[in-house]
Design a protein around this ligand. Structure first.
Ligand SMILES: O=P(O)(O)O[C@@H]1[C@H](O)[C@H](OP(=O)(O)O)[C@@H](O)[C@H](O)[C@H]1O
Ligand SMILES: [Zn+2]
Ligand SMILES: [Zn+2]
Length: 185
């Protein structure tokens, strides 16, 4: 899928051995891709884990920093991984960065807890109008409630700040109203 190749390209850039300092732009694009389900969290997790595991502390550090900017959906599991790493290499000076990043992430975790976007539910009919999905009636997902809808009932887009989604994504009609009516919570 094109969108996930954006994730792969940004991960390569963000963890390149040639970097002299973090490539925040690529890292932000990675986090957006994960948050907006452009790439499956578990695929992202595997790709980042692979980067952390390379035998180059700089690449590992940058891969860890990719998480520092809130790749929420995968963060819990990665924190465990980082904890293992920082314990395993506690006496290795070149891996000191791993330990520092772990503590940074733990601290930050305590500070910001943003809501997580819901898992997408599946179904053979539109949640709103009950039309049956098929070749000519494609299913779509609302990024706010995670329910499945036909194109007509989910034709609008919206940002969803509470999930950290700053780009317009597909939402169903009722979520669009909730997110965009004055005084929306
Ligand atoms: O186009 P299709 O081949 O039917 O595939 C659907 C699209 O990828 C939809 O993306 P969208 O919600 O962004 O439209 C997704 O929500 C559905 O689960 C998929 O079945
Ligand atoms: Zn519908
Ligand atoms: Zn919705």
């Amino acid at each position: 899928m094109f969108r996930s190749s954006v994730f792969d390209r940004c991960l390569e850039k963000a963890t390149s051995q040639l970097l002299l300092e973090p490539d925040w732009d690529s890292m932000l694009q990675i986090v957006d891709a994960i948050r907006q389900n452009d790439v499956q969290p578990k695929i992202a997790l595997a790709a980042i884990k692979k980067k952390i595991a390379v035998d180059n502390p700089h690449v590992s550090l940058y891969a860890l920093q990719v998480l520092e900017i809130r790749a929420d959906p995968v963060k819990g599991k990665i924190l465990e991984l980082i904890q293992t790493w920082s314990h395993a290499f506690r006496n290795e000076p070149s891996y000191k960065a791993v330990e520092d990043t772990f503590h940074l992430l733990k601290m930050e975790d305590a500070m910001f807890v943003s809501e997580k976007a819901p898992e997408w539910k599946d179904g053979e009919t539109c949640t709103r109008c009950r039309v049956q999905f098929g070749m000519m009636q494609r299913k779509h997902h609302c990024r706010n409630c995670g329910e499945v809808f036909c194109g007509r009932c989910s034709s609008k887009n919206s940002i969803i700040p509470k999930f950290g989604i700053e780009r317009e994504v597909r939402v169903c009609d009722s979520c669009f109203d909730k997110l965009n009516k004055p005084g929306a919570k």
